[in-house]
Write a new protein. Structure first.
Length: 153
């Protein structure tokens, strides 16, 4: 059984979802996904998210369980390998999964990432270095990238 809980954070409302043994969702805004309930895992995810947003945490120590197609999961695995404070292009990710022609499909998989921030889809940019597409909006993507760059400095 999935439980969810909403939190107001420095980046607005987020909904965290606990699938029973792992975090299965981090969504922008309030969403009703399963049964309302602030589990211990959700509390820990919230605590780590706040540390991240304050520049005090660079990596998460939580069980994550993103549900998706094999292709999406392959892309999300590569997103998790992007170092804190760095970015990769959609082409870089397509190359990393040995499918260089799948740039658009990588973009679609990025868009379907159910565990935003914890699986850092905000670190993926266009090949020209421009910020493109983000579920939380481009200003939030820019804010997250700036936060990481400042913390690294």
């Amino acid at each position: 059984m999935e439980h969810f809980w909403h939190y107001e954070t420095p980046i607005g409302w987020v909904t965290l979802v606990d699938g029973g043994a792992a975090i299965t969702g981090c969504y922008f805004g309030k969403r009703e996904l399963g049964t309302p309930g602030e589990t211990g895992l959700i509390k820990e995810a919230h605590s780590q998210l706040l540390e991240f947003l304050r520049g005090k945490r660079q990596a998460f120590d939580l069980p994550l369980d993103a549900k998706g197609t094999p292709f999406q999961m392959q892309v999300w695995d590569k997103l998790g390998e992007i170092p804190y404070g760095q970015t990769r292009s959609y082409q870089d990710i397509a190359n990393a999964i040995n499918n260089p022609k799948a740039v658009r499909a990588v973009g679609m998989a990025n868009n379907k990432n159910p565990i935003s921030i914890f699986i850092p889809c905000h670190r993926v940019i266009g090949s020209n270095g421009k910020l493109v597409g983000y579920g939380g909006g481009l200003p939030l993507k820019e804010r997250l990238l700036d936060l990481e760059r400042e913390a690294v400095l």
